[in-house]
Write a protein that binds this ligand. Structure first.
Ligand code: GRF
Length: 221
């Protein structure tokens, strides 16, 4: 008799726009043996391109337009209700451009993660690539972190770095960072789904073996 399929963590994804990180998560979840499945995708904007990625993957997708609600609490109540109807256990924000309320953070405490396009705690908030270029940093990148009340301030699960190169403009740098976002977010989702990430003392601790040999020098020495 065939073995029962391993249990997969049920994931909901919130998006606002193009959804390339959503696509990376969908692709990862489609691989045999991946320990998570995306059960629903919610966009707060009717035109969000990422909805098409969900539909193409056969995943339920719906629009909950924040503009149709009288205030953030009502909008977030509707979002949580939809996520819970779908049985979501972990919520992934993927280019979701609404700051969530303290009540929403509390409700999803330890069960909500986000990808941010900088090496936090540098450059929380918007326009991260412009700010990295203005600061003259030589390494930039992205972070996957738990969502807390402090915007982009929660415990960091993983980070990926890219070099800042001569002649970079925000668009070129953003494209380089996006490439590593698409690798880092699924890798961090896997860690969480495998139960290898534990919140302790305001940090995310990861259990198990690591290859800690990676180094990125810019300029290379
Ligand atoms: C990404 O750069 C992500 O880090 C940020 O918003 C962007 C969303 O891009 N939070 P996409 O919608 O996933 O393509």
């Amino acid at each position: 008799m065939a073995e029962a399929a391993a249990r997969r963590l049920k994931v909901g994804v919130l998006i606002s726009g193009r959804g390339s990180n959503l696509k990376a998560l969908l692709d990862a979840c489609a691989a045999p043996g991946f320990p998570a499945e995306i059960v629903t995708v919610i966009a707060n904007r009717p035109g969000a391109g990422g909805l098409e990625h969900a539909r193409a993957a056969g995943v339920a997708a719906e629009v909950i337009d924040h503009k149709a609600f009288d205030g953030k609490p009502a909008f977030e109540t509707a979002v949580t209700a939809a996520l819970e109807r779908a049985g979501v256990e972990l919520l992934c924000l993927a280019g979701f451009m609404r700051v969530v309320s303290a009540a929403f953070v509390q409700h999803w405490h330890g069960r909500m993660i986000n990808v941010h396009p900088s090496l936090l705690p540098l450059f929380p908030g918007l326009d991260t690539h412009e700010r990295a270029l203005a600061a003259g940093v030589k390494l930039h990148g992205c972070s996957v972190h738990f969502v807390t009340e402090e915007v982009d301030g929660g415990p960091i699960i993983g980070q990926a770095a890219v070099p800042v190169l001569p002649g970079d403009d925000p668009a070129r740098l953003a494209a380089r960072v996006l490439g590593v976002e698409h690798r880092l977010y699924p890798a961090c989702l896997r860690l969480v789904a495998e139960g290898r990430v534990r919140l302790a003392g305001g940090k995310a601790e990861i259990s198990g073996d690591f290859d800690g040999s990676g180094q990125l020098l810019n300029p290379a020495l």
